[in-house]
Design a protein around this ligand. Structure first.
Ligand SMILES: Cc1cc2nc3c(=O)[nH]c(=O)nc-3n(C[C@H](O)[C@H](O)[C@H](O)COP(=O)(O)OP(=O)(O)OC[C@H]3O[C@@H](n4cnc5c(N)ncnc54)[C@H](O)[C@@H]3O)c2cc1C
Length: 472
């Protein structure tokens, strides 16, 4: 049965006006409980605001848990590198000791994850990434939110705002009917900039031709035998580059009609469990992650790819003979959708030249990692060694809309710059800053646009953020 396709002629139906229950009124409302929303809710609560966090699923984590992106990319500067790990790491690389360039909520969270037995601490062995267990991730996020006094509502999908250009609240669709939550300040952490777009903020989509990075349905394989896989890699050094490869085996399976993939290689994640591996290898291009027809089609095609890949692994790849598919994402992982136009647009030059800004509120050292929007290949461009770039507060403040901030992957930047700051540690960092700014705006009853960057920085430093030693 094929997926339902977009109607050729769009026929509009008038809906009846309706009422919604006023569920709450608060200082700061954070919409979206992914890495950015987690950072924002804690940033706001720790700054003394009453904070509510609303999420459409029944758990927190966003891509980390819903899409099984189970590794925090490095938040350390790169001092030596043999080969980039890109989004993944399986085997040790010789990345040298980097300096952590981010802290605050992120470092407390990583410590808690490690303590709970749900993550491997960043070190040379992990290429300074943090592989984690998604179930522990969900649990620790919820515990930390609870401890900070953040009130949260799950199973609630934001569908609109009350009042354009200066929204006073957000409408949520729930099993209990429509709800409204009013707030002095709102932080959009939906990844897609849903709230900002609803409120009329201008946004950009994709590169110059409008194409965005592909989506990927990630999955976990159990009963993986690392020693057997490592022996194969040792015998075939041209077939595996740190984290990805298996080109010859893929060619054989493709010629045998068993594999038909848009990617040219397979890409694995290490996990905290020695007999488990996470696979980041399906790819569907030309998908708009805010379009239900494209998303449905993408789930259909990527699930077929996942089936092919798991069968291929068992049949062709040493170490996978007895492996099995434990779990795939609740949904495809979406890398790129709306980028809300803000007071400043971060560029590729800002990233690659590791530029600094007076209104820095977060930092990132991850390369620009662009998965080809139209087919095979992935391009990585690195920052100068030992360097990180600043993210200015202006990137979180949308043009033309008051009482609203954005955080995470939908902040203001170009397609290329976003390919760097989209990683989860940076999303937690921009989230924390947006939460702090929203708390100050709510306290002073003004729009976040009027909050001084140095006041946000002062509170971020009090909360333990790393802003490269600036003094305010
Ligand atoms: C396949 C893939 C691999 C990646 N690999 C890595 C990696 O190895 N390491 C790394 O650090 N990063 C990686 N990334 C990037 C990273 O996962 C994302 O960019 C990051 O999760 C963005 O965080 P966010 O909080 O902005 O958005 P998201 O993680 O997308 O979270 C958004 C949250 O908002 C909720 N939401 C959305 N819309 C609504 C709504 N209307 N109402 C209510 N709730 C809503 C969602 O359910 C979700 O919980 C990868 C991404 C993908 C797709």
């Amino acid at each position: 049965m094929p997926p339902l396709t977009r109607p050729l002629l769009e026929k509009q139906i008038e809906l009846l006006p309706r009422k919604a229950t006023l569920a709450a009124e608060t200082d700061v409302l954070v919409v979206g409980g992914g890495p950015a929303g987690f950072g924002a809710a804690l940033g706001a609560a720790n700054a003394g605001a009453e904070a509510i966090l609303v999420e459409r699923y029944g758990f927190f984590g966003g891509n980390a848990t819903a899409a099984l992106v189970t590794i925090l990319m490095s938040y350390h500067s790169e001092n030596h590198r043999a080969e980039s790990t890109g989004e993944n790491t399986l085997l040790p690389t010789d990345h040298g000791r980097g300096e952590p360039i981010a802290a605050g909520v992120l470092s407390h969270f990583v410590q808690r994850l490690v303590k709970a037995g749900g993550a491997i601490a960043p070190s040379l062995r992990t290429g300074y990434t943090v592989p984690f267990d998604p179930e522990v991730f969900k649990y620790v996020m919820m515990e930390m939110l609870d401890e900070a006094g953040v009130k949260f509502l799950l199973h609630s999908m934001a569908s609109g705002v009350l009042g354009e250009s200066a929204p006073e609240g957000v409408i949520f669709e729930t099993k209990s009917g429509p709800l409204v939550i009013k707030a002095r300040c709102i932080v959009d952490c939906t990844g897609d900039g849903d709230i900002a777009a609803q409120a009329g903020a201008p946004f950009r989509l994709g590169r110059a031709d409008g194409r965005v990075q592909p989506v990927t349905l990630m999955f976990r394989m159990g009963e993986f035998e690392k020693a057997a896989f490592a022996a194969y890699v040792k015998e075939h050094p041209d077939q595996w580059r740190g984290v990805h490869g298996l080109w010859d085996l893929i060619c054989r399976a493709t010629e045998a009609g068993e594999l038909d993939l848009p990617r040219e290689d397979l890409l694995f994640f290490a996990t905290p469990h020695p007999r488990e591996i996470s696979v980041n290898s399906s790819r569907v291009v030309k998908v708009r992650g805010t379009d239900v027809w494209d998303l449905t089609d993408a789930e259909f095609h990527s699930r077929r790819q996942v089936r092919q890949i798991e069968t291929f692994l068992r049949r062709y790849v040493p170490g996978f003979e007895n492996s099995y598919l434990i779990q795939s994402g609740v949904q495809v992982g979406v890398r790129e959708t709306r980028r809300i136009a803000g007071g400043y647009e971060l560029t590729a030059e800002d990233v690659l030249e590791a530029r600094k800004f007076d209104d820095v509120i977060a930092r990132c050292a991850y390369p620009m990692d662009i998965h080809n929007p139209t087919g095979k290949g992935t391009v990585l461009q690195h920052l100068p060694r030992g360097e990180a770039f600043d993210i200015p507060l202006r990137c979180l403040i949308p043009q033309d809309v008051e009482h609203l901030l954005v955080a995470g992957r939908c902040i203001s930047g170009t397609h290329e710059a976003m390919a760097s700051y989209r990683i989860m540690p940076t999303a937690i960092g921009t989230g924390q800053a947006a939460g702090v700014c929203a708390a100050l705006a709510a306290r002073h009853k003004i729009s976040p646009r009027r909050i001084e960057a140095k006041d946000v920085q002062r509170e971020l430093l009090r909360q333990g953020a790393n802003l490269r030693g600036i003094r305010v």
